[in-house]
Ligand binder design. Structure first.
Ligand SMILES: [Zn+2]
Length: 714
């Protein structure tokens, strides 16, 4: 997601007691076999140490007392304990499990009334050790109801309403019996009480649901009917009742949908979409009945696209305008799609869409069980409003770059196609399909396309809990996007400099100070729903992304970081990592106890602040070398570069490690040299977010006084 919603700002109120409860929770996990596993325990130190820690957060750097190394470098207790499901090294444990939801969905869109009618069969597999007496599902369309909780948590949503998702029937099928049940609906959640418990360790059940709902207008944001010159565009997402996640961290995760994002289990999807015959439908996964819905010519063009580096038009402007109907046709077509191992699907349907495609330079894969491997495609669909050599004419080249670059750099893209949709500008991601703006142009279109497709890695592949930890999808994604901007077309749109990253000057070390110095800024570990809109981009996106940049560039170095981060992605691909898993994995794989960094950057808004207090010639020399004293005034001891400039304007550089500040806050360095020191500077490249740069440069102080050399700065 990448869009600001205008409206009244909510102020951030940190719920201190809730948070420390989570942090200090000691979990005992009862396994049905009777085995009892103790979660990691932090008994004696947990309460006082963390209470103190939380009482400081979020404390901005400018208001901080002098740094206390005993607190900065204290052991950090991660919120989720390690156990048999999640290990101390940050990997899934030997008894790791997660449940599975496979979907068969039929939908039909009534374009006269803008309603969607659906029925589905979910096959739910309970791999947990526990029997389940109820299932929880998510009815995301209920966010548009007038009485939705989100209408009150975000009153700007109060302008437009639908009746939400109207559930027509729910039945449970088990052992050949079908039992109709009356579900319990609470806001965006639905509980289905089972006629008999669903056993753990692989028990399966089928749940059949029928529903309908009114599709919102563009005010719906992530899903909408969008008008365009040649007809409405149906941007369809969150369109079916979806299983909530039951996990080892908290059981059923039923946080209501207040406008943040999602948490979903993986499975295979077969979904069918019935629309007027003149529509095209593009959707997540692969179209598996092209001969039923496409003309011979369109099928031939798609085959050509599979061999072409340049885009091939599948449906042209002339074809749309020639066929523009005065009245919707009576005939309908059903488009059938399949997607393997995904947490969600979405699609777009319209008469008004141009469609182009080009090959993805990735190995062919089978689009559905029993089908031979086929070339994979980058595709774009957009109305005539998007046609522009600075606009959607280039979209598919952006899609190709994002998918191929992220695949090579981090983890291979697993699905058949990747589609960019030019709609009203939701700026929203779904597996294999993203919803962007038909009016986006040049860098904005490149950045939004790359960002939304980057979500295919976070959270579509690495399935973290977006509803609770926005920084793990938005920030991790924004981090890889900034690198993608540098990589594209010799830096045509670099550096990334938009609402998501370095929004003010394009220099992240400067722009982040607004967050570090504002006492109202939330911390990265704050639950997603408690982050006020005005902080969502600066914190969940920018601060999180810049944290990884600092880790990569300033703390670990690219080789150690990239290897560890790839390991994180591959170990947690199609799984559910928590922030604690990420912290532990980076500690373990990168080979560094980063507690001080996690504590300062993620659990607090602490920043580095270094100062030069003394620059002189080396004592007892004939004005040679340099003696330099540095003071640490900050709570985030990121390694910093000291640059010494000599009389002939040559320079020397020294890296000052974090450990310098474990026992002292003042460090004096004697630096050999064969000439007079002229000046010294800390962080000369402005790559760390030093909260006060006014004391980072100092010229020679006393050699002249000692009569050894004239002051070289004159
Ligand atoms: Zn996003």
């Amino acid at each position: 997601m990448a869009i600001f919603i205008s409206g009244p700002q909510r102020s951030f109120r940190k719920r201190r007691s809730d948070f420390s409860t989570v942090l200090c929770r000691k979990t005992l996990l009862l396994i049905t076999s009777g085995l009892v596993l103790a979660g990691s325990s932090f008994p004696a130190i947990c309460a006082p140490a963390l209470t103190q820690e939380i009482s400081d957060a979020p404390t901005p750097s400018l208001r901080m007392p002098p740094p206390d190394p005993a607190r900065i470098f204290a052991p950090l207790a991660y919120p989720t304990p390690e156990n048999a499901f999640r290990t101390g090294s940050g990997s899934p444990g030997p008894l790791a499990w997660q449940n599975r939801a496979d979907y068969k969905i039929d939908t039909s869109i009534d374009t006269q009334n803008n309603t969607l009618t659906g029925s589905e069969t979910i096959t739910y597999t309970n791999n947990s050790p526990n029997a389940l007496e109820v299932l929880w599902l998510q009815l995301d369309q209920n966010i548009y109801r007038e009485d939705a909780r989100s209408s009150f948590s975000s009153p700007e949503r109060h302008g437009h309403h639908t009746d939400g998702m109207v559930i027509e029937s729910v039945a449970i099928e088990s052992d050949g019996h079908s039992t109709t049940i009356k579900p319990l609906i609470s806001d965006t959640r639905m509980q289905a009480a089972l006629p008999s418990p669903l056993s753990g360790k692989g028990g399966k059940i089928q749940i059949r649901i029928s529903w309908h709902y009114t599709i919102p207008g563009t005010w719906g944001g992530r899903t909408a009917v969008t008008p365009s010159k040649n007809g409405n565009i149906y941007e369809i997402a969150q369109f079916y009742p979806r299983m909530a996640v039951y996990d080892d961290v908290r059981g059923w995760d039923t946080a209501p949908y207040l406008g943040q994002e999602f948490y979903l289990d993986y499975g295979d999807f077969d979904y069918n979409v019935s629309v007027p015959a003149d529509f095209i439908v593009v959707g997540s996964g692969a179209l598996i009945n092209p001969s039923d819905v496409l003309s011979k010519e369109e099928q031939t063009r798609l085959e050509q696209a599979g061999k072409s580096d340049e885009r091939v038009m599948i449906r042209t402007r002339a074809e749309i305008e020639a066929a523009h109907p005065d009245n919707p046709p009576i005939t309908r077509k059903t488009w059938r799609f399949h997607m393997t191992n995904t947490r969600d699907v979405a699609f777009v349907a319209s008469h008004a869409l141009l469609w182009d495609a080009a090959r993805l330079d990735l190995p062919p894969i089978s689009p559905a069980p029993g089908k031979p491997p086929a070339p994979r495609l980058a595709m774009s669909v957009y109305p005539v409003e998007g046609i522009d050599s600075h606009g959607w004419d280039r979209s598919t080249s952006y899609v190709r770059h994002a998918i191929e670059y992220f695949s090579k750099q981090w983890y291979p893209y697993p699905w058949p196609n990747a589609i960019n949709v030019g709609g009203h500008g939701a700026g929203m991601e779904y597996p294999g399909l993203v919803l962007d703006g038909m009016n986006d142009r040049d860098p904005e279109l490149f950045w939004i396309t790359t960002h939304e497709l980057g979500h295919d890695w976070f959270p579509m592949i690495v399935g973290s809990n977006e509803r609770r930890h926005a920084f793990m999808d938005e920030g991790f994604n924004t981090f890889i996007d900034a690198m993608a901007s540098d990589h594209f077309n010799h830096g045509e749109f670099a550096p990334k400099h938009d609402g998501e990253y370095a929004p003010d000057t394009g220099r992240p070390a400067e722009d982040i100070l607004k967050v570090l110095n504002d006492p109202s800024a939330p911390i990265l570990m704050a639950p997603s729903d408690t982050v006020a809109e005005r902080w969502r981009h600066p914190v969940s996106y920018f601060k999180s992304a810049y944290g990884l940049t600092l880790l990569r560039e300033q703390i670990l170095g690219p080789e150690r970081f990239d290897r560890a981060f790839r390991r994180y992605i591959s170990l947690w691909a199609f799984r559910h990592p928590t922030p604690s898993d990420f912290f532990r994995l980076m500690d373990s794989e990168a080979g560094e106890d980063l507690s001080w960094f996690w504590r300062g950057w993620y659990f607090n808004n602490w920043g580095p602040d270094y100062a030069l207090t003394h620059v002189d010639c080396l004592p007892d020399t004939q004005a040679q070398g340099a003696q330099i004293t540095i003071q640490n005034k900050g709570w985030l001891p990121i390694p910093v570069t000291l640059q010494v400039t000599w009389a002939d304007n040559s320079t020397s550089r020294i890296r000052i490690p974090s450990e310098s500040w474990m026992l002292k806050q003042t460090l004096t360095l004697n630096i050999p040299g064969n000439q007079v020191v002229k000046s010294a500077e800390l962080d000369p490249d402005h790559v760390i977010p030093d909260t006060n740069r006014s004391d980072n440069v100092m010229e020679i102080q006393s050699c002249q006084k000692a009569g050894k050399q004239p002051n070289p700065t004159h």
